[in-house]
Design a protein around this ligand. Structure first.
Ligand SMILES: [Ca+2]
Ligand SMILES: [Ca+2]
Length: 335
């Protein structure tokens, strides 16, 4: 690869050193990066950190003095786990290198240079829904304007208000793609009883909501793509729609990409339009899609910006419920 050996110093066969000049000559492109150099003396002075920061790095972790190799490896593991563990810092804006440094210090050899508040971005928090409480996700219910409000009183007497406006999205264990849990969007608690009424269009009291159950998360995308890095981002997830309804016009699952910088958040694109598996309705049988994978490309122009990923289920309030399980939500660099 044409390494300029003049910038690497060899001291016997056992020791060799990379000099700041090597970084200056070879690491010309490190925008918004966090650099951890697990090498002795890498932070004795600022010459090495200066070289990385000049190349675009935001934050530099180095070592003052000498430590055993396994000590440096352990420090690296602690740093990585603090930066990626969402347990203590579910909000990515709280999960900064500054806090990581505080948590990882104590060995006396760890040194942080430059930006102590670099936000580690680009990841979906709890995309596998394994943290037991939709951590990182917001829940919402939008009552349906044109639908029944989902409440009946007595035999066939429709009471349009108050709507059943509880937020029914929650972690689920009965249907998972991987791990122990997924997210279940929408109310899902009672089989459609087709025999209870004379026609399919009769509704079952208090069973189905009328409106939209939603979960969403705002994710800041990395800015590397604006500097010639990845050309786009890939959003992927698994979904399993289950329904007793028979019409995509009545009930449906959908996924949207939104711009949360506007009020209300504006639509960027329909990641998945209205979707409902065929085959249910009137019979009391359930229709499902089974687990399906969806991959969607987020264009490069959103690099460095925050986007909202929203999963929703619309129910029409007639008693034939629809829900959707979602699991393994990821955003990765590249198509
Ligand atoms: Ca899971
Ligand atoms: Ca329905």
């Amino acid at each position: 690869m044409g390494i300029p050996l003049t910038n690497i110093k060899f001291y016997s066969q056992d020791y060799w050193f990379i000099t700041p000049l090597f970084i200056q000559d070879n690491a010309a492109h490190l925008p918004h990066s966090l650099v951890y150099v697990s090498a002795c003396h890498s932070s004795d002075n600022t010459s090495m950190s200066d070289a990385f920061i000049a190349a675009g790095a935001e934050t530099y972790f180095g070592v003052v003095g000498e430590r055993f190799t396994w000590t440096l490896s352990a420090i690296g593991e602690v740093l990585f786990s603090v930066l990626t563990d969402t347990t203590n810092f579910p909000d990515p804006h709280d999960r900064t290198t500054g806090q990581a440094f505080d948590a990882a210090s104590g060995s006396g050899v760890f040194n942080l240079v430059n930006d102590s508040n670099l936000v580690v971005t680009g990841g979906v928090i709890d995309g596998g829904f394994e943290n037991g409480g939709l951590i990182g996700w917001q829940r919402n219910f939008e009552p349906g304007a044109g639908d029944l409000k989902g409440r009946y009183c007595g035999d066939g007497e429709l009471v349009c208000t108050p709507a059943d406006d509880g937020e029914y999205s929650q972690p689920a264990t009965e249907q998972v793609h991987s791990g122990q849990e997924s997210a279940r969007i929408g109310k899902w608690g009672q089989k459609y009883d087709a025999d209870k009424y004379e026609t399919c269009d009769q509704s079952l009291p208090k069973v189905e909501q009328a409106g939209d159950n939603q979960i969403y998360q705002d994710v800041k995308l990395g800015s590397g793509a604006t500097h010639g890095g990845p050309t786009s981002f890939s959003l992927s997830f698994y979904y399993d729609i289950q329904t007793y309804d028979d019409s995509q016009d009545d009930d449906y699952f959908y996924v949207r990409l939104l711009d949360p910088s506007t009020t209300p958040a504006s639509l960027i694109d329909e990641v998945m339009p209205k979707t409902l598996p065929p085959g249910a309705g009137c019979t009391g049988d359930k229709a499902t899609t089974g687990w399906q994978r969806k991959v969607y490309t987020i264009p490069k122009k959103w690099a460095g910006k925050t986007v909202r990923i929203l999963f929703g289920v619309h129910d029409d309030g007639w008693g034939d419920q629809t829900t959707a399980y979602v699991d393994d939500v990821q955003i990765t660099c590249g198509p």
